[in-house]
Each structure stands twice: as C-alpha cells, then as structure tokens.
Design a protein around this ligand. Structure first.
Ligand SMILES: Cc1cc2nc3c(=O)[nH]c(=O)nc-3n(C[C@H](O)[C@H](O)[C@H](O)COP(=O)(O)OP(=O)(O)OC[C@H]3O[C@@H](n4cnc5c(N)ncnc54)[C@H](O)[C@@H]3O)c2cc1C
Ligand code: SF4
Ligand code: SF4
Ligand code: SF4
Length: 358
C-alpha cells in the first residue's frame, strides 16, 4: 500500500490511525484507542475498526503507542532512571508458588484475590476466553478472579474497559507489555477529556514473546488437528512446542506451525519482560509450578509485601535471571531489525523514539 503522508494527518481522524498504524501491520492490539474515543465508534476484532461516525478529534492517533512513544522518557519518569539492560529497572526478582490452579504458580490470581478480599482494590481488569478467544472483564470478587486464571494466547482488548472501570476508585490491571506501554504513555501524556488511568493502583504485566491470531485455534488446532476447542483445559508454550491439554492427554504441536499465526504487530515489539509494569510475571526463570515475579516499582513492592507474609505460599529467591535476559534479548534482536527497517523505509515520525533502546 502506498501512503501519501501529505494528505493523511491527525485531522483525518480514524483514517489516519488506520493508514499509519493498522494497515501498516504495526498495531499491537493494545486497545487504548478504543477507550479514548469519545464517540465510542472504535470496535475491536483482532484489530480496531471503525463502526460509526468519526468526528475526527484525532485522539486515537495521539494516544497510540505504536505511533509515537518515548520509552526512555517514560521509564525515567516512572523509575527515576533509565535502565539500559533488557530486563529494565527492578528492585527484586522472586519465584512464587500458590494454591491457585493458574498458568504457572498462580501468582497473578493469588495477588488479585488477596487484594480484593482484603479491600485493597475495588476491581480488577482480567481476561477470560470463549473457545480460546480472549475477552476482557472487570471483576470485583475473588471467585471471578480465580475463574480468569490461565494464559490465553489471543488478544484481549482489556484497555477498552479502562473507561467503564472509572466507576471504581481502585483498580488493578493485568496486561501484556504492549498494553502497559499504552497505559504509561497515557499516564504521562494525557489525551482527551477523561483521565482513563486515574484509578489504576496496580499494573501487573505478563512476560510476552508473542501473541497469536484467533485463526491459530480455528484453522490449525480446530481444523487441522481436529481438536474440539471446548475440550481444551489449558494451552502453554514450552521449548519448541505448543501444548494443548485435553481431558485424555496432551497434544504437542510444533511451534514452527504455530508461529505462522503470530500477530503482525508482535514483529515490532521489543519488550519481553513488561519493563513498565509495577510487577512483571512470567514462567521463565523459575521451576515448574512457580511464577517468576519482577518487582519494579515501590507501589508494586508495597502491595506484594503484604502478600509475601502469607503462610499458604511458597517463595524462592534463586531465580534464573540469565534465562529471562536470554529470552528478552532473543525477542529484542529478532524484532529490532523489523523496527529499524520500518523506521528507515516507511514512516517519517512513526516509532521514532524506539531508537531509545538501540
Ligand atoms: C500472550 C502471552 C504470551 C506469554 N508468553 C510468555 C513467555 O514467552 N514466557 C513466559 O515466561 N511467560 C509468558 N507469558 C506469561 C505466562 O503465560 C503466565 O501468564 C504468567 O507466568 C503468569 O502465570 P500465573 O500462574 O502467575 O498467572 P495466573 O494466576 O494463571 O493468571 C493469569 C492472568 O493473566 C491474565 N491473562 C491471561 N491471558 C491474557 C491475555 N491474553 N491478555 C491479558 N491478560 C491475560 C488473566 O486474566 C489472569 O489474571 C505469556 C502470557 C501471555 C498472555
Ligand atoms: S477517537 Fe476521535 S478520531 Fe478517533 S475514531 Fe474516535 S472520534 Fe474518530
Ligand atoms: S496499537 Fe493500540 S492504540 Fe494503536 S491502533 Fe493498535 S490498538 Fe489502537
Ligand atoms: S509480543 Fe508485544 S505486541 Fe505482541 S502481544 Fe506480546 S507484548 Fe503485545
């Protein structure tokens, strides 16, 4: 597609976002454009699309982290310094095992459950799925938080719910690194008349190497492998395989088949360990059945301190930090080439600040 930049600008409204970001395959699917739209005419199905009358306010382009983001500036404001290593700034890294049946050690769910039960937050923005298609929900009680446990390998437009969540005073958000970049960009550069982030008390980021289009489940797992999507208990990626847990066993699908369904926008993403979260959580670095937790902000530390005193969790301090660094570097090296090519060959302003991390 040939883009004429002279005729496409912020004043073109959604069209500009579509031209610059979505049709160029940059869109991560973070969904903050949906939340910021005052007319609520941006809908989401894998990617945002227009459904209604755009008044051309330009907020959606302005808010988009894939259009312009200065990671260095944001991280300096957030942490007081910019950390050049690929794990980002952090205070401590631990491993946690809980009594929750989660994806790994159930740490994310345990933390949210504790905060809700002890009246430290009013609501949490989490992700459920319908036949493995992720969708977000605001939950206000421990039972619903537990129901949301487990990783969904499709995109959840969780930030769209920021607007609805404003009716709660204190919320926690569980999100992917690209979505946290969107939240932080907004926190330091407000767009529109509504402060979508004023009630956010805790941001939990999940490590993320990549995410996938829903076709992975319909075309590959459903059709090619003839797996009934309703029967899937859990999905996971370990080593060179995508594991599909079924009532009668586990199906191992080679990752090279799965990678064909990687979301386009993931090719331009260089953050694996959710550098801008309060707490980042993943599986790499810890033993099976444990979640690795990177404690980054004072805020994250404050919430976690209360949880670390609980008797029904198991903690370890010997996390394999090298393996987290290795995966972060792998993702960075793979994708920075794509970012550079795009900056050089396509866009005059897009992602200009991604060079921060070079
Ligand atoms: C797309 C994706 C890719 C990932 N890739 C890696 C990886 O390469 N290496 C690694 O170590 N870890 C990766 N993770 C993180 C890992 O799978 C676990 O989510 C993490 O270890 C937390 O486990 P837990 O048992 O503590 O979480 P749980 O207690 O099971 O809670 C999981 C929480 O994640 C939320 N959630 C689930 N799916 C999504 C989603 N799609 N978008 C937003 N929120 C969601 C749920 O709402 C729930 O609150 C990835 C996660 C996702 C969603
Ligand atoms: S945010 Fe503004 S420019 Fe974007 S779709 Fe909504 S009304 Fe149009
Ligand atoms: S990256 Fe986020 S804000 Fe930008 S177009 Fe995609 S969903 Fe919207
Ligand atoms: S790889 Fe990046 S863009 Fe893709 S889902 Fe993960 S955090 Fe978002």
């Amino acid at each position: 597609m040939v883009i004429n930049y002279k005729i496409v600008g912020k004043e073109e409204g959604f069209k500009a976002l579509e031209y610059f970001v979505i049709l160029n395959d940059f869109c991560s699917g973070c969904s903050i454009c949906q939340a910021v739209c005052p007319e609520d005419v941006i809908k989401f199905d894998e990617y945002p699309y227009l459904d209604g009358n755009c008044t051309k306010c330009g907020y959606c382009l302005e808010v988009c982290p894939r259009c312009d983001i200065s990671r260095k500036e944001i991280e300096k404001k957030l942490f007081g310094k910019y950390e050049t290593n690929l794990l980002g700034y952090y205070k401590k890294i631990i491993a946690m095992k809980t009594n929750i049946k989660g994806q790994d050690g159930g740490a994310v769910t345990y933390i949210l459950k504790y905060l809700l039960e002890n009246d430290l937050i009013d609501a949490a923005l989490v992700t459920f799925h319908e036949k493995q298609k992720a969708y977000p929900k605001i939950v206000t009680n421990a039972d619903d938080v537990v129901k949301a446990a487990g990783t969904k390998y499709t995109m959840s437009n969780v930030l769209y719910l920021l607007k609805d969540s404003l009716k709660y005073e204190r919320v926690a958000v569980v999100a992917l690194p690209c979505q946290i970049e969107a939240i932080r960009k907004f926190q330091f550069n407000k767009v529109g008349e509504v402060d979508l982030t004023k009630n956010i008390k805790l941001i939990i980021g999940l490590f993320c190497k990549s995410n996938f289009l829903y076709e992975l489940f319909t075309d590959l797992i459903g059709e090619k492998y003839s797996i009934n999507l309703d029967s899937i208990r859990k999905v996971d990626i370990k080593g060179k395989y995508f594991y599909v847990y079924l009532p009668d066993g586990v199906k191992k699908i080679p990752l090279k088949e799965v990678r064909r369904y990687k979301r386009f926008g993931c090719n331009y993403c260089i953050d694996f360990p959710a550098r801008m979260a309060d707490l980042s959580v993943g599986s790499v670095g810890s033993d099976k059945g444990y979640s690795t937790i990177i404690i980054r902000t004072e805020n994250g530390e404050m919430f976690l301190d209360k949880i670390l005193k609980q008797k029904d969790i198991d903690l370890k301090e010997n996390v394999d930090i090298l393996s987290i660094e290795k995966l972060s570097k792998l993702k960075f090296d793979e994708n920075i080439k794509e970012v550079k090519n795009k900056i050089i060959s396509y866009l005059p302003f897009h992602l200009k600040h991604l060079g921060d991390l070079l």
